[in-house]
Design a binder for this molecule. Structure first.
Ligand SMILES: Cc1cc2nc3c(=O)[nH]c(=O)nc-3n(C[C@H](O)[C@H](O)[C@H](O)COP(=O)(O)OP(=O)(O)OC[C@H]3O[C@@H](n4cnc5c(N)ncnc54)[C@H](O)[C@@H]3O)c2cc1C
Length: 399
């Protein structure tokens, strides 16, 4: 049974996060200066405040310093944190660290937990995840992976080029996906490697000039050239990297939805305030039918997004992989969040695209979400194929 009622401790926690975002994260926004990525000193200051408020890494287990929330609780808390772009950074529940901590928690051995996961969970270091490559390498189609790792004396040698690696600049380590078998078949043939930032075989070639700028370190192009790592750098088992990518991706795409839903709500609130305060043609903007339609459509987008996120979270909490549900949620929420921000701009008129309102910044931040963690079309493609297969099975069984 799905129960949407939030219990009292969760309501209390949500309200504490709301207060934290209002009193700490939002006032700090004025200090989030232009440039790629959040200033490291500000990030550390905000994280210290979140620790003081007992709101640090809420998504992690208590053993790792978190609050031990399930995915449904995480959905409520991360949406609230996302009401400010600085909320998830402060609470250390932002991408890519949040997904990497989840992956390491599931797959890392004892030595890797102590060396990478524990300092990451404590906020002492940052991390990144290196999968995507410039064309003709892996993007939407992971089977085009070109980066490869060869066995050498005492370990592995990795060679290849990655790009759009969020947070690589300043990260203490990279989780790098490389081809380890000649053929990538049946989800096998690729391996994840933990590469330390000071490895001489890995270098950051440039920070890509991307539309968004809220991720510390921005998005880097990273080159691996005979990058030597020891055997203990293998995360999990050799050739099982794609399986582990799924362990990371399904929850990670959902947590993105949770956080961006927060910014959609913020944008919508800006538009609602403007619609209630601005007079045009002898009435409030909020009383004009076509503006009401925009408002109603955004209300619908926010409500449907939350329901899909909560449903997918519930599925994950049942122990199911939730690939279909998280994929459906991602395809819907990425588009819905973008529509909400765009409508909010429209309602605000010129103010909406000006630097006097935060909306055009939000539009730049949410636009790439329609591309990363699977472009919308890839999820829709998977949804359509699943639907046709389901119908064929029903037809064959006479349903
Ligand atoms: C801001 C940002 C941060 C990122 N951070 C990271 C990171 O930290 N680590 C990392 O490894 N990667 C990261 N990425 C990369 C991201 O995962 C890829 O951009 C994504 O997988 C798409 O790959 P691609 O850009 O090569 O597009 P392509 O694979 O070239 O696809 C281009 C377009 O083709 C269309 N398309 C693709 N497949 C289909 C299909 N089956 N049916 C119909 N249309 C289709 C879609 O419209 C898609 O947008 C990031 C990207 C962005 C924008």
């Amino acid at each position: 049974m799905i129960d949407f009622a939030l219990d009292e401790p969760l309501v209390d926690l949500r309200d504490r996060v709301r207060t934290f975002v209002r009193e700490v994260a939002i006032p700090a926004e004025a200090r989030d200066l232009p440039g790629h990525g959040l200033d490291e000193a500000l990030r550390r200051e905000l994280q210290a405040s979140a620790k003081g408020a007992g709101l640090f890494v809420p998504q992690l287990s208590e053993a790792l310093g978190g609050l031990g929330l399930d995915m449904r609780g995480t959905a409520v808390v991360l949406e609230e944190s996302g009401y400010s772009l600085l909320g998830p950074q402060a609470m250390h529940c932002a991408a890519p660290d949040e997904g990497n901590m989840h992956l390491l928690d599931k797959v890392a051995d004892a030595g890797q937990r102590a060396r990478y996961l524990e300092p990451l969970a404590a906020g002492d270091i940052r991390s990144c995840f290196a999968m995507t490559e410039p064309a003709p390498g892996a993007g939407s189609d992971p089977s085009m992976l070109e980066t490869s790792a060869e066995r050498v004396d005492g370990g592995w040698s990795i060679s290849g080029r990655k790009w759009f690696i969020t947070g690589a600049e300043g990260a203490a380590f990279t989780i790098c996906m490389a081809r380890t078998s000649g053929e990538l078949a049946g989800g096998r043939g690729a391996t994840m490697f933990l590469v330390d930032a000071d490895n001489p075989g890995m270098r950051i070639e440039r920070i890509v000039d991307a539309a968004d700028r809220s991720f510390p370190g921005g998005h880097a192009e990273v080159v691996f050239e005979d990058c030597r790592v020891a055997e203990d750098a293998v995360l999990g088992e050799v050739d099982q990297g794609f399986g582990y990518a799924q362990v990371r991706l399904a929850p990670a795409r959902l947590t993105h939805c949770m956080r961006w839903l927060g910014i959609a709500r913020r944008a919508h609130d800006v538009a609602l305030d403007r619609a209630a305060g601005r007079e045009l043609f002898g009435q409030r903007l909020a009383d004009l039918g076509m503006v009401q339609r925009l408002i109603a459509e955004s209300e619908t987008d926010i409500a449907t997004s939350r329901l899909l996120v909560w449903h997918a979270a519930w599925v994950l909490d049942q122990g199911a992989p939730g690939r279909g549900e998280t994929s459906l949620a991602k395809a819907h929420v990425a588009e819905a969040v973008y529509r909400v921000v765009d409508r909010s701009i429209q309602i605000c008129g010129a103010l909406g695209v000006s630097g006097d309102a935060p909306l055009s910044r939000y539009l730049n931040e949410v636009r790439p979400f329609r591309i990363y963690d699977g472009p919308t079309e890839v999820h829709q493609w998977a949804l359509a194929r699943r639907a046709v297969r389901r119908r064929q099975r029903e037809a064959e069984s006479g349903a």
